[in-house]
Design a protein around this ligand. Structure first.
Ligand SMILES: NC(=O)c1ccc[n+]([C@@H]2O[C@H](COP(=O)([O-])OP(=O)(O)OC[C@H]3O[C@@H](n4cnc5c(N)ncnc54)[C@H](OP(=O)(O)O)[C@@H]3O)[C@@H](O)[C@H]2O)c1
Length: 232
């Protein structure tokens, strides 16, 4: 029986590569696409519409997945947005921008895990990978801006810890993942300063979470795409 996986934010960038490489590894992949103009037909990967800021969309996505599979081995919460990167505490902050980033990166991620949890519990691996960021580390915070993004990824780390505390009781786990600095369009244009291509980052992420023995402890592992440990 092929293993099953869900990846959110699979329109392009890291998400699209994770989907492609998981299918290459033999997974049946259900991929959430935000842009509704994309063609969502197909056998494997199965592309389905998903907007993490809309609960009805999250619920319909989970329902569509559960019509196609009775269990899920792997959930990769990849979808995310960046928001403002410039403003510091000296500037007038944009409340709506910060709220939107928190809504998608932290609350949306949690709500998708919540909607898919009955399937995850029935899976063999019960693995949830949250594509967080080094920006979510409070211990190693060195920025003076990126309020929405850093706060949302710290909250993402916390929701991951709460989910991990249930999953580890049934042989599963959560991994909080920093995928490296990747050349994607997250900044609204191709970020050519990124060290990694989406292909390289996705390969590292999958190698780390699927092929490496990362110890499963009381807290979720918080690691980068090469398995290097980060501090919460
Ligand atoms: N790139 C990096 O250097 C880097 C570093 C650390 C962490 N990350 C994390 O890696 C993940 C992937 O980012 P990326 O770099 O590949 O950027 P990306 O290409 O912009 O990918 C983000 C994906 O999320 C989708 N998305 C946006 N709003 C959504 C919503 N409301 N509901 C569902 N999906 C939504 C995007 O769709 P549209 O593009 O169609 O809007 C896109 O498919 C993110 O969680 C990001 O925070 C990236």
């Amino acid at each position: 029986m092929p293993k099953t996986a869900v990846v959110s934010g699979a329109d392009h960038g890291l998400g699209a590569e994770l989907v492609r490489q998981l299918a290459d590894r033999g997974y049946t992949v259900f991929a959430g696409r935000y842009d509704k103009s994309f063609d969502t037909s197909g056998e494997n990967p199965v592309f389905l519409p998903l907007d993490l800021s809309d609960q009805a969309s999250v619920d319909s996505f989970a329902e569509a997945v559960s019509k196609r599979t009775g269990s899920l081995d792997l959930l990769i919460n990849n979808a995310g947005v960046l928001g403002d990167m410039q403003k510091t505490i000296r500037d007038r902050l944009d409340r709506d921008d910060i709220r939107r980033v928190l809504e998608i990166n932290a609350i949306g991620t949690l709500m998708l895990t919540n909607a898919l949890f009955p399937l995850i519990e029935k899976g063999t691996d019960r693995l949830v990978v949250n594509i967080s960021s080094e920006a979510g580390s409070v211990s190693d915070c060195r920025r003076v801006g990126w309020f929405g993004y850093c706060m949302s990824k710290a909250a993402n780390n916390m929701q991951g810890a709460l989910v991990h505390n249930i999953l580890r009781q049934i042989g599963g786990r959560v991994i909080q993942m920093h995928p490296g600095h990747v050349r994607t369009y997250m900044r609204g244009h191709l970020d050519t300063t990124g060290r990694l291509t989406p292909e390289q980052s996705a390969a590292g992420v999958l190698r780390t979470v699927l092929d490496t023995e990362i110890p499963c402890g009381d807290r979720p592992a918080y690691v980068d795409f090469e398995g290097k440990e980060l501090r919460f």
